[in-house]
Ligand binder design. Structure first.
Ligand code: NAP
Length: 434
């Protein structure tokens, strides 16, 4: 019998578990660990609440969790409650699937002013992440700025601009819905340090901006290269750029605007005790396609600034870490003897949910090649881990607890606001009588 610990219950963790369960059949026990009492990581806390179709993938993960030999151990923080070395004592292999939940820093003066928020915090706040329930982002000003030209920037700008009615059918958490409903924000600047051809926004997500009830996307065609130059783009990117250009043809009067400000590199954030505006430098493309400052600067007013410039994986004591890449040092997922990384913890924060499937399968195959199913590794897996956690007073949750929490959330939703969820760990644990 083999014992595996998959640390993290987001897409990467579940695809890896699925692949290990297929490779080993009844010859392995696989425990999925998570620092929260309930699973799904990015699906629960990262995917936008108005993108329910993307969240539907959790149904597939439910099936994985119900597979014989697969267990869930929640409310356990690896690196704090238990070390990686201790996990390696109990399991044949440990697979780190902890994602990249930390915001990359802008590294500019003023970024610590109140009103400047990283996308992990802001997205966590509207998704009911327990760490960010009390974020209380300032929505009292008329101007907001979103830094970055990726899909997360699009998510944040769209959520800031939507009306209450547009959240119908979403699972946005109640506190965020109420706050956004009262928001005074009317202008959202999307700051890209490079140009329209360099955006990292996908066509479907970008296209949604053209159909918002209260907000109009605005572009300045002067920022674009001649339309013929679009022919040189990869088809998906060409589609995105075409959608951007077409925003210029929308004729409508809407109370809010979403201004695409290209070639705009934030230099600093200023304000009297809180963010009031950014100082931005106009850029141009250099020979390698990077952003080169022109020396021309201007002010962009914003009392809420959300930086959506990418994420990093938190280091764990004793695990080799790539500071530049913000992920674990690894070779095709292998970090060290019996220790692996998958998903964003392996590759860095790029790709869609589906990218994690081949990634997880590849690592599971490497494990299966290194550890034959018919050899007993002599370890006791979850039994030993649970005993150890018990001695430390860690109140781990299991599959049944997770189901009870979900049932409690659904009951709360039926009884009160249709979108209310539990947002604090203590509420979850209270439900279990812990
Ligand atoms: P991303 O796609 O890497 O975009 C990051 C953006 O931040 C880029 O425009 C980048 O510009 C900019 N940036 C980086 N450092 C900067 C700095 N110091 N100053 C100004 N701008 C800076 O990352 P993401 O938006 O966080 O998304 C992460 C991954 O999740 C992506 O693969 C994304 O497609 C995926 N995702 C998908 C969906 C969806 O499918 N619906 C939703 C959300 C996220 P440069 O290009 O100049 O570096």
């Amino acid at each position: 019998m083999r014992h595996f610990a998959v640390v993290g219950s987001g897409p990467a963790g579940f695809y890896t578990t699925e692949a290990l369960a297929k490779a080993y059949g009844d010859q392995a026990r696989i425990d999925i660990l998570d620092r929260y009492p309930v699973p799904y990581g990015l699906i629960r806390f990262g995917v936008a609440p108005d993108h329910q179709s993307l969240k539907a993938v959790s149904k597939r993960y439910d099936k994985v969790a119900e597979t014989a030999g697969v267990g869930f151990i929640g409310n356990v923080c690896v690196g704090a409650d238990v070390s990686v070395d201790e996990l390696l004592e109990h399991y044949d292999a440990v697979i780190l699937a902890i994602g990249a939940p930390h915001d990359r820093k802008l590294g500019i003066p003023g970024e610590d002013l109140p009103g400047v928020i990283g996308s992990a915090e802001f997205v966590g706040w509207y998704n009911g992440h327990p760490d960010f329930a009390d974020l209380d982002p300032p929505l009292d000003g008329t101007h907001a700025a979103v830094i970055g030209n990726g899909n997360v920037a699009l998510d944040v700008a769209r959520i800031l601009s939507k009306t209450r009615a547009e959240f119908e059918g979403s699972d946005i958490v109640g506190h965020a819905l109420e706050a956004l409903d009262r928001s005074a924000i009317r202008t959202i600047s999307l700051l890209g340090r490079r140009g329209p051809h360099q955006i990292a926004m996908t066509p479907k997500e970008l296209g949604e901006l053209g159909h918002l009830e209260a907000a109009l996307p605005l572009v300045d065609l002067g920022d674009f290269p001649p339309v013929e130059a679009d022919q040189g783009l990869e088809p998906g990117q060409r589609k995105s750029v075409t959608i951007l250009r077409e925003f210029n043809n929308i004729r409508a009067n809407k109370p809010k605007s979403m201004v695409f400000d290209f070639f705009a590199k934030p230099l600093s954030i200023e304000g009297d005790g809180r963010a009031e505006h950014l100082i931005v430098e106009r850029t141009e493309l250099d020979e390698k396609g990077g952003a080169r400052g022109t020396g021309e600067t201007y002010e962009v007013p914003a009392s809420l600034i959300v930086s959506c410039i990418g994420y990093s994986t938190p280091p764990i004591a004793g695990v080799p870490y790539d500071d530049r890449g913000g992920k674990f040092l690894n070779d095709k997922g292998r970090i060290a003897e019996r220790l692996y990384a998958v998903g964003w913890a392996r590759r860095g924060p790029t790709g869609t949910i589906g990218t994690n499937r081949p990634d997880g399968y590849e690592v599971a195959e490497a494990i299966a090649a290194a550890m034959p199913a018919d050899v007993d590794g002599g370890r006791i897996g979850g039994e030993g881990l649970k005993r150890l956690l018990g001695t430390r007073g860690v109140k781990a949750t299991d599959f049944a607890d997770w189901r009870r929490i979900e049932a409690a959330e659904e009951a709360a939703a039926r009884a009160g606001s249709p979108r209310e969820k539990m947002v604090r760990i203590d509420e979850w644990l209270h439900t279990l009588g812990h």
